[in-house]
Design a binder for this molecule. Structure first.
Ligand code: TXA
Ligand code: MG
Length: 323
């Protein structure tokens, strides 16, 4: 049985209030939402996604004032960032208050919070008036969904409703930033995403970037979304820097920012932006991978993006999706 899909915000709100799961559109990717103050409702998310309990969830709220009761203090950097970028694709990690159930944070002392920008998400959050816990609405480790159909293709009857807000405008998950309370310690970038490092540093100055090699074990990851293998399509994905000289020896799909010479070498091709625009490319990124993984090909070859702006987040996802 397929999951009902529609535009009924009041229905979605009523389901969330009765502790059911609802997939919600955001500007980054679709989220799998539940009442973030109910441990029982949140537990359903982990079950539906097959997600390990050590991977904490983001709480979504409609306005900045709602953050105050979920955290112990609001450092001035959080206020600056919120003024500049919220609502938007930025998640702030702050010391949690007692209101936040431990299952949301996987027992960590910090909670991740974001104010999404998508109009339907905001309308829904205002209607429910509770923080909504929502990871990306995909099975654990797989490609993030950027359309309602992507959600319906992956998740099953545990989900009561998909609120359809059309294709996600940004297309890559939010940037996750952990703020220190003492203000002298630089914020820690836990995940590259839709808000670029350049944009963040312009507002609050230098941000620390953890060295992934310093956290080899799963449990010691500063953010479990930084697991080396994540966001992966169901076909092997290989990163190739020298695409000009690459000759495939089996049916191969190509994922590339712009077109490359002799493109007929490839069985399937996804050019993300003819003009090389990283914003446009990001918006098409996951949908292109969803299409490629369904094609009659044996592997996906991806060309790295320029390492700047949103290109950093896309390279991060490619690195985690590759073998
Ligand atoms: O754009 C997004 O962030 C989407 C939409 C639905 O909002 N959500 C999303 O959630 O991508 P998820 O669960 O797929 O990724 C959340 C990331 C993970 O890397 C998780 O480990 C990290 O945020 N995270 C959540 N809570 C945390 C915490 N308390 N401390 C550190 N990292 C945390
Ligand atoms: Mg995810």
């Amino acid at each position: 049985m397929s999951i009902p899909i529609g535009h009924d915000v009041a229905h979605a709100a009523a389901l969330l209030k009765s502790n059911e799961l609802v997939a919600i559109p955001t500007e980054t990717v679709y989220g799998l939402g539940a009442n973030g103050l109910s441990p029982n409702a949140v537990a359903k998310i982990f079950a539906a996604k097959n997600r390990p309990f050590f991977d904490p969830l983001i709480l979504h709220v409609a306005q900045f004032s709602a953050i105050e009761q979920l955290v112990q203090t609001v450092p001035s950097q959080a206020k600056l960032l919120a003024e500049a970028f919220c609502p938007g694709p930025l998640t702030l990690v702050l010391p949690k208050s007692n209101l936040v159930p431990d299952i949301v944070t996987s027992g960590l002392p910090n909670v991740a919070i974001r104010i999404p920008q998508h109009p339907l998400a905001l309308e829904l959050l205002r209607a429910v008036d509770i923080p909504v816990a929502a990871p990306s609405a995909n099975l654990f480790g797989q490609l993030s969904p950027t359309t309602a159909k992507h959600v319906a293709d992956q998740l099953g009857e545990d989900v009561s409703y998909i609120l359809d807000g059309g294709p996600c405008s940004i297309g890559v998950e939010s940037t996750v930033l952990q703020l220190a309370i003492d203000e002298k310690t630089p914020p820690l970038l836990l995940r590259l995403g839709g808000m670029t490092l350049e944009q963040i540093e312009e507002v609050i100055g230098e941000v620390a970037i953890p060295n992934p090699k310093a956290h080899p074990s799963t449990m010691a990851q500063p953010a479990p979304g930084m697991l080396p293998k994540h966001y992966a399509p169901q076909k092997p994905l290989l990163l190739v820097k020298e695409i000009e000289s690459y000759l495939p020896d089996c049916p191969t799909g190509l994922l590339t920012l712009q077109s490359v010479p002799n493109i007929e070498r490839f069985t399937a091709v996804e050019v993300l932006s003819e003009s090389g625009d990283l914003i446009e490319a990001t918006a098409h990124f996951f949908a292109a991978l969803h299409r490629l993984q369904k094609m009659e090909i044996e592997q996906i070859i991806a060309v790295p993006f320029p390492e700047k702006g949103l290109g950093r987040a896309l390279n991060d996802r490619l690195a985690r999706a590759s073998d």
